[in-house]
Write a protein that binds this ligand. Structure first.
Ligand code: FAD
Length: 379
């Protein structure tokens, strides 16, 4: 791409922030348009597998990330009888020579935002994308407040419910994926859980997973937990996404009622003051990843089963790879190579979206291809 051309990025989440920084490093000007009124991040956090962490290393924010996260050294899978059925020690070193981390969404976003600010990248808040119009010269984005902006190309990094995607592929519909997830952050002091660098996953016979690990070296609220369950029917919004704290906790306790596990795990749930419940949706494998001057990345492009914990890592990979292609090519070729090179990798996970609801760590390590080597860094 020419250096004086301007990229519009819709969405200032993980994918949007990361792609803006990579583009800046490639000498390409980009502006982020975010619908939220400020950088206040809601949502609990992520496990970032080594492929995602490697992207953060190449963004030169490894130290800030390590100061704000916990490196997971061992993974323990436990059944509902409280028997350890699988343990993997030296997880990162043995398999990847890179770290796997647990981090809150706010801490990851803040590190990226600080980096973007430092590089002079503009983030415009209260800018909710509404419409798009393309011409042979550029793309015109219209926001819900009536304002417009023109750019050379536009990157839709606006998440699962992407308005960019519905603009370019209006007939594509999101499907409920038969899965729901709840996340929370709890205080290690209150729970008395003995955690330092361990990731615990409790898997019940009913395909209900409860997993947790520390997510910050010093913060008081520093256990990030995730509960993931299956339900053929979507849980009613007023009882789930908009349900009361007690009702959502009661649902989780009900799924654990036959479990013989440590009281401290219940304390962790009980002491959590804010919950992030989400029904999970699938968009399947999109027929195309771009249309004209508009391209998608992150959750706007591919939804993954939260059981495989790849959404944020894939968003970071997308950001890096797309920026590299834009550095080297005209936008048409860049979009073509971005899709051709990355689709086989993300398709594998997308196709697995619902097939393996039982989590098998060895299968995950060997078959989910998270050993991605980021040889494609932008220097
Ligand atoms: C329960 C659960 C657990 C998960 N656990 C993990 C995990 O352990 N590991 C992992 O890697 N991933 C996990 N994920 C997935 C991960 O959260 C996502 O893959 C990741 O957040 C995607 O980043 P993104 O930047 O593409 O989208 P988002 O984080 O959704 O960001 C999109 C941004 O776009 C903005 N936006 C939306 N619409 C508009 C608009 N019209 N105009 C302007 N801005 C807009 C939003 O406000 C937001 O800031 C989990 C997801 C869930 C639901």
């Amino acid at each position: 791409m020419q250096k004086n051309e301007h990229v519009l990025i819709i969405g200032g989440g993980i994918a949007g922030l990361a792609v803006s920084i990579f583009l800046k490093r490639a000498g390409i000007k980009a502006t982020i348009f975010e619908s939220k009124p400020s950088n206040d991040e809601s949502g609990a956090g992520f496990v970032l597998t080594p492929n995602g962490f490697k992207v953060l290393q190449s963004l030169d924010c490894e130290q800030e990330i390590l100061q704000n996260s916990t490196v997971i050294k061992s993974m323990h899978m436990i059944n509902q009888e409280n028997d350890e059925v699988f343990v993997q020690r030296d997880y990162s070193d043995k398999y990847y020579n890179s770290a796997m981390i647990n981090i809150t969404r706010a801490n990851l976003a803040n590190v990226l935002l600080k980096k973007a600010n430092h590089l002079g990248i503009e983030v415009k808040y209260n800018k909710k994308l509404d419409g798009l119009k393309q011409s042979n010269k550029g793309v015109l984005a219209t926001f819900e407040d009536g304002s417009t902006v023109e750019g050379h190309i536009l990157i839709g990094a606006d998440g699962t419910f992407s308005k960019t995607r519905t603009n370019i592929f209006p007939s594509l519909k999101l499907d409920y994926a038969g899965i729901w997830g709840v996340q929370g952050v709890s205080s290690i002091e209150d729970t008395k859980l003995n955690l330092s660098a361990e990731f615990y996953g409790y898997m019940g016979k009913n395909n209900f997973l409860l997993c947790f690990a520390k997510c910050h070296p010093t913060n008081q609220d520093n256990i990030l937990w995730q509960a993931i369950g299956v339900s053929p029917e979507k849980l009613p919004i007023n009882k789930f996404e908009k349900g009361s704290l007690n009702n959502i906790k009661a649902k989780i306790y009900d799924l654990m009622k036959d479990w013989n596990i440590d009281k401290a795990v219940y304390n962790m749930l009980e002491n959590t003051k804010t919950l992030y419940p989400r029904s999970i949706y699938s968009i399947g494998d999109l027929p195309s990843w771009s249309q004209g001057r508009v391209v998608l990345i992150g959750d706007a492009l591919h939804t993954t089963n939260p059981l495989v914990g790849q959404g944020a890592s894939f968003s970071l990979e997308d950001a890096m790879y797309l920026a590299k292609m834009l550095k080297e090519h005209d936008y048409r070729d860049a979009f073509y190579y971005f899709e051709a090179d990355r689709r086989p990798r993300t398709k594998k996970i997308t196709e697995h979206f619902l097939m393996n609801q039982e989590f098998d760590l060895e299968d995950f390590i060997n078959n989910y291809n998270i050993k991605w080597e980021s040889e494609s860094l932008i220097n």
